[in-house]
Design a protein around this ligand. Sequence first.
Ligand SMILES: Cc1cc2nc3c(=O)[nH]c(=O)nc-3n(C[C@H](O)[C@H](O)[C@H](O)COP(=O)(O)OP(=O)(O)OC[C@H]3O[C@@H](n4cnc5c(N)ncnc54)[C@H](O)[C@@H]3O)c2cc1C
Length: 478
Amino acid sequence: KEYHTKVVILGGGVSGISAALNLTASGISDFMMVEARDILGGRAQNAPFADINVELGCNWVQGLGTNPINQLAIKYNLSTTFSDSADVVWYNESGKYDGTASYNKLDADFTKVLEIGMEKLKSNLVDVSGRVSLDLAGWHAKTAEEEAAEYYYWDWEFGEDPESSSTVYAAVNDYWTYNSFGPDSDGNNYVLDNRGFSRIFIEESKKAFKKNDERLLLGTTVTKIDYNNKGVTVHTKNGDTIHAEYAISTFSVGVLQHQDVAWSPALPDWKLEGIYGFHMATYTKIFLNFPYQFWDDTQFVVWADPDRRGYLNAWQNLNAPGYLPKNTTTNIFFATVTQDLAYEMEAKTNEEVQAELMAVLRKMYGEGIPEPTEIMFPRWHNNPLFRGSYSNWPIGESDEHHANMKASLNNRVFFSGEAMSEEYYGFLQGAWFTGAKAASDVVRCMKHKCPSAEYYPEIKNADIKASIVRRGFLDTVQ
Ligand SMILES: Cc1cc2nc3c(=O)[nH]c(=O)nc-3n(C[C@H](O)[C@H](O)[C@H](O)COP(=O)(O)OP(=O)(O)OC[C@H]3O[C@@H](n4cnc5c(N)ncnc54)[C@H](O)[C@@H]3O)c2cc1C
């Protein structure tokens, strides 16, 4: 089939939905959306497990108050519960231990890390890794228990270790997430809604697409995008072509890095440098369902592995008070793995992974615990539609690299998606805001004049401040 439209949105995740809503609100209905999966939502994704739906992807509303994601959660009465990472018990090889002092020290030291990041931003000093700033803040993990606290605090949030992460942008990301949405910004709500987190986005998308809307091509995989200064032609796996004046790409930075979609002409080197330099982290939840609950009642359990930092470190209890309904027959305890461990787990069979999880659970809870009745986990890293779970700003990527990563091409192809947000990369609101921005840029092109694309053909030396000042970041930082 051959389609002709004004705007084609590539990808139906949160960013694509936000772009579609923005176009609709601007009075533009001549657009199409192409999504490989049979359902909208992208990384807002759930699956049946035991007798409930579990969230394979995003799980927290992070940053509350006027955060549009929080506002949608309120609007659609999404069932959430306050998430408290201090509601945790700690285990090592000798059994239960009290990790509170370490955790509290790290909590205070992390505040110093954020201050170091902000200070560097304000004073135009070169960025350092999270590891350097943790050391500068006085945090030096030496024991398995300190490493366990560190993994639980850092890697489990950013999806990568402190060595890989930028301090300046960790500070930017944290500051905007927990301060920019009014006085109630600070907080994380855990979503436990059997309709799925994605429901709020799917419901909202109905403002843009009616039932069986012909403009929405679900189950359609994009293979190639031709672009020039006149428009765009999108080729799909099933042989369809879509001719459009403008395209909004919402593909994850992992998909762009992995070249799962061909671009003709190839994306320019100045852009690829920004794309390849960014990080797509992998954060994988491995769900186990048991005949009964044998673990602690706290929201979280941390395992301090004696041999490997971060090994099956963070466990979550879906049966914690305030989580699943009391009368549930489901008993879900799940571990999260990131980075190398996630890649290793993805390469194993479910049976092999189950055996590894059970070995750790037996160390924590004894030999008498039952085998799980079910195991399930998504393989985000190997999934060609995602290639990871969410982005993390690495040490070494400058603001200019990032600007190049998201810069439009020929005023015809616009880029959105969580990774394209300087302030909220990694988060749902990053996807939401960048989708709206890309759509409003397209609308400007259609109705007035295209905004001038900001990009840097040569990046000479890191000068964070110049670009940060230009973006008005410092105006809002106290
Ligand atoms: C495990 C996990 C935990 C997370 N936890 C949180 C959290 O607690 N809080 C939070 O705020 N955020 C969290 N996130 C991040 C959040 O889910 C993302 O930031 C957000 O969903 C990204 O939306 P997007 O539209 O930018 O990208 P995507 O959701 O990736 O949308 C892109 C779309 O493009 C489609 N696509 C890709 N390739 C093709 C192709 N070739 N042809 C057609 N379609 C294609 C994909 O199927 C997808 O639907 C988490 C993510 C994961 C995976």
